[in-house]
Design a protein around this ligand. Structure first.
Ligand code: MLT
Length: 408
C-alpha cells in the first residue's frame, strides 16, 4: 500500500492560479461571447524578442547536423549563458558574482519551490504576507509549515504582514527564524524596498544567522534609482542570500521557460552537528540529481537577450508593460480606488470597495465587467480586501478595462 505525503491533504485543493482559471472557464462557458479581459495571472501578451526567436531557430537548425547536434548539457547551464548572465546582470552593475554561482533552470517558480530540498524540515520560515503562493505551498508540502488554521494560516510559518499601515515594508521577525522569503519588486503588491530598507534585512540576516531567499523575478521593471535590482547590491548579502531571477517577465519567456538561481560559494548552512556546509555544493548536488538542464535551444534564446539588439528589444517590451501599469494606476485612481505599487512593477494592488472580500470583488469584476483579476486573499491573509491587476495584457485591453471600471 503506497502511503501518500499527508501534507498534500492539508494544502488548498487547487493552486491559486488554477482556481482562477477554473472560475474564468466556467464564466466563459456560461457566457460564450463575453469579452473577457485577462488581468489575473502575470502572463505576458507580447511575443518574444526577435533576437531570441532568431537564436532559437539557429539553435534548432544546429540539431539537424551531426557536427552541431547537442545531447545532454551541463545541469547547471551552458557556460555561454552563465557567463552572459554574470557579465550583464552582475559585473555591469559592479556586483562580483562568478559563473559557477549561477544555476540556469526552467524558471523561478521551480527554483523557489525546489530550494526547500536543501533545507531541514525543522527550519523556521518567515514569509511576507501577502506573498507568491509557491513559497507557502511548497513549505507546506515539505511539512515545514505545520498545520493550517481556520484562517488559512500555517502554525509553523512566521507571517510578516505588508499593508498600507506599514507602507508595505515588512517588520523584522520578532521570534527566531532560519529562512526568510523576500520578493522585490513585490509580487503581488507591486511595491519595493529601497537600498536602505534592504540593508536592514541583510544586516539582520547576518546578525541572526538567517538565510534570505530573494525572488528578483520582477527586477527589470525597476525605474527608480534607489531601488536595488539585486540583493547583492547590498554589502554582505553574498553571506546571507540566494537570489532567483527569471526571463519570464523580462523577455516574455513564460511559455519558453528559463530562469536562474544565484548561490554564492561563501553562503553557508549548518549540519546537525554544527559544521558549516556550502549551500552552492548542496544545490549543485540537488540539481545534478533531479534536473537535466534547460534545453540548449532555450538557453541560446536567453543568451540572445544580452546582445545589443536583444537588450533593445527587451527594453521596449518592458516599457510597454510599464506604460500599461501607469494606465492602470491612473484608471483606478480616476475610478476612485485606493491603489499601491505599479511604479517599479507590473502589478497594481487595489483596495476592494468597502464591505467586499477579495473573492467577492473578484467575482463581481468577472461577472459584471468581464475583467479577470487576482483576489488578494489568495496571496495570504493580509491580502484580504485587495485585488491585483496585472499590466501584462495588451494596450488595447488595458485601456478598455479601465474604461469599463469608470462606468459604474
Ligand atoms: C503571478 O501571476 O503571480 C505569476 O505570473 C505567477 C508565476 O510567475 O508563476
Amino acid at each position: 500500500m503506497a502511503q501518500i505525503n499527508e501534507n498534500f491533504i492539508k494544502i488548498p485543493a487547487t493552486y491559486l492560479f488554477s482556481e482562477i482559471a477554473k472560475r474564468v472557464a466556467k464564466h466563459k462557458e456560461e457566457n460564450p461571447t463575453a469579452p473577457i479581459i485577462r488581468m489575473g495571472i502575470g502572463d505576458v501578451s507580447l511575443p518574444l524578442p526577435d533576437a531570441s526567436v532568431d537564436a532559437m531557430v539557429k539553435a534548432a537548425e544546429e540539431q539537424r547536423s551531426i557536427e552541431t547536434f547537442r545531447g545532454y548539457g551541463p545541469e547547471q547551464g551552458y557556460a555561454f549563458l552563465r557567463e552572459a548572465i554574470v557579465e550583464n546582470d552582475f559585473k555591469a552593475n559592479g556586483i562580483d558574482i562568478e559563473a559557477d554561482e549561477i544555476f540556469v533552470s526552467d524558471g523561478a517558480k521551480s527554483d523557489t519551490g525546489n530550494i526547500g530540498d536543501i533545507f531541514d524540515k525543522n527550519n523556521r520560515v518567515a514569509i511576507t504576507d501577502p506573498s507568491y503562493p509557491v513559497y507557502v505551498d511548497t513549505n507546506a508540502m515539505a511539512g515545514r509549515a505545520g498545520e493550517p488554521t481556520a484562517s488559512g494560516e500555517w502554525t509553523n510559518l512566521v507571517y510578516l504582514p505588508c499593508n498600507a499601515e506599514n507602507n508595505f515594508v515588512p517588520a523584522l521577525p520578532t521570534e527566531k527564524v532560519d529562512l526568510v522569503y523576500l520578493c522585490y519588486p513585490n509580487n503581488p503588491t507591486g511595491t519595493t524596498l529601497t537600498k536602505e530598507q534592504m540593508k536592514v534585512w541583510v544586516d539582520y540576516a547576518k546578525a541572526n544567522n538567517v538565510i534570505i531567499l530573494f525572488d528578483a523575478a520582477y527586477e527589470a521593471f525597476i525605474i527608480e534609482k534607489n531601488v536595488p535590482h539585486s540583493i547583492y547590491e547590498i554589502e554582505g548579502a553574498k553571506d546571507v542570500a540566494i537570489e532567483f531571477r527569471s526571463f519570464s517577465k523580462t523577455a516574455g519567456f513564460t511559455g519558453t521557460r528559463c530562469g536562474y538561481t544565484v548561490v554564492p560559494k561563501q553562503l553557508m548552512g549548518y549540519s546537525e552537528n554544527g559544521d558549516m556546509v556550502a549551500l552552492n555544493k548542496l544545490w549543485n548536488r540537488r540539481q545534478t540529481t533531479k534536473f537535466n538542464g534547460t534545453s540548449y535551444v532555450v538557453q541560446r534564446a536567453a543568451e540572445a537577450t544580452y546582445t545589443k539588439e536583444g537588450k533593445k528589444q527587451v527594453k521596449s517590451l518592458i516599457s510597454i508593460y510599464t506604460e500599461n501599469a501607469k494606465i492602470i494606476r491612473e484608471g483606478l485612481l480616476a475610478a476612485g480606488y485606493t491603489i499601491f505599487g505599479g511604479i517599479n512593477a507590473p502589478y497594481v494592488w487595489a483596495k476592494a470597495p468597502v464591505g467586499l472580500s477579495s473573492w467577492e470583488y473578484f467575482d463581481y469584476l468577472l461577472k459584471e465587467k468581464n475583467i479577470v483579476t487576482t483576489p488578494g486573499a489568495g496571496f495570504g491573509a493580509s491580502g484580504e480586501g485587495y485585488v491585483r491587476f496585472s499590466a501584462f495584457g495588451s494596450r488595447e485591453n488595458t485601456i478598455e478595462a479601465m474604461s469599463r471600471l469608470k462606468k459604474q
